[in-house]
Ligand binder design. Structure first.
Ligand SMILES: N[C@@H](CCC(=O)N[C@@H](CS)C(=O)NCC(=O)O)C(=O)O
Length: 205
């Protein structure tokens, strides 16, 4: 049995997309961040950093229970458990890891920086907001160029890197759609991702 404790953020969505795309049955436990449900003693016992998402699997490797945080760790865990969304050819794995890390550790935190600078403070500092927005837009522009040359984030096949990137794209599209204007290849890729039944189930929040 798998339980996912998450919210409708980019990192939370990454974990949810992972479970849906990997076809792993799970129970979703929405965590209300505004109410501080991620700071309760019960939650901190699962993740002492007090951050979502957290996955609990009662039947991990060797039949042993697993408690796992970090959305990209959850993504890779689901891919390994299901055998899905990792390149068959080991030679394609470095490109997958590179694309995965860019999406997870560059795009999503930069979205978080924009969000914090824009909405997390009483009086947003316009030059800071613009600088973070510029960096985020530039990352998506680079992805637009990459996706104009190849169908998926890491090359010819859909991998966990696409699932990670889509979580960041989905969150940005919802909050800052103007930032993604004029990126036709990225949009084509995102439309194809959004049409996937597993993605539709995950993003139905
Ligand atoms: N690197 C972590 C980041 C987790 C994270 O920052 N989670 C956010 C939501 S996207 C959170 O729980 N924020 C609540 C808080 O900061 O109090 C991951 O990929 O899971």
């Amino acid at each position: 049995m798998i339980d996912l404790y998450a919210a409708g953020t980019s990192n939370g969505m990454r974990a949810r997309i992972a479970l849906e795309e990997c076809g792993l049955p799970y129970t979703y436990h929405p965590i209300d961040l505004a109410k501080g449900e991620h700071k309760t003693p019960q939650f901190l016992a699962m993740n002492p950093f007090g951050l979502i998402p957290v996955l609990k699997d009662s039947e991990g490797p060797g039949g042993k229970p697993v408690v796992l945080s970090q959305s990209s760790a959850i993504l890779l865990y689901c891919a390994e458990k299901s055998g899905r969304h990792q390149p068959k050819d080991p030679a394609a794995r470095p490109a997958m890891l590179q694309a995965l890390m860019q999406a997870s550790t560059d795009v999503t935190p930069m979205f978080g920086a924009v969000n914090t600078a824009l909405r997390g403070v009483k009086e947003p500092h316009a030059p800071t907001v613009d600088a973070f927005k510029g960096r985020l837009r530039s990352m998506f522009q680079t992805w637009d160029g990459i996706l104009a040359r190849q169908p998926y984030a890491a090359g010819a096949e859909l991998t966990v890197a696409d699932l990670s990137l889509y979580a960041g794209y989905w969150r940005t599209k919802g909050a800052l759609p103007d930032l993604l204007a004029g990126m036709p290849a990225l949009e084509r890729w995102a439309d194809a991702m959004a049409a996937r039944p597993a993605i539709q189930r995950a993003t139905r929040v």
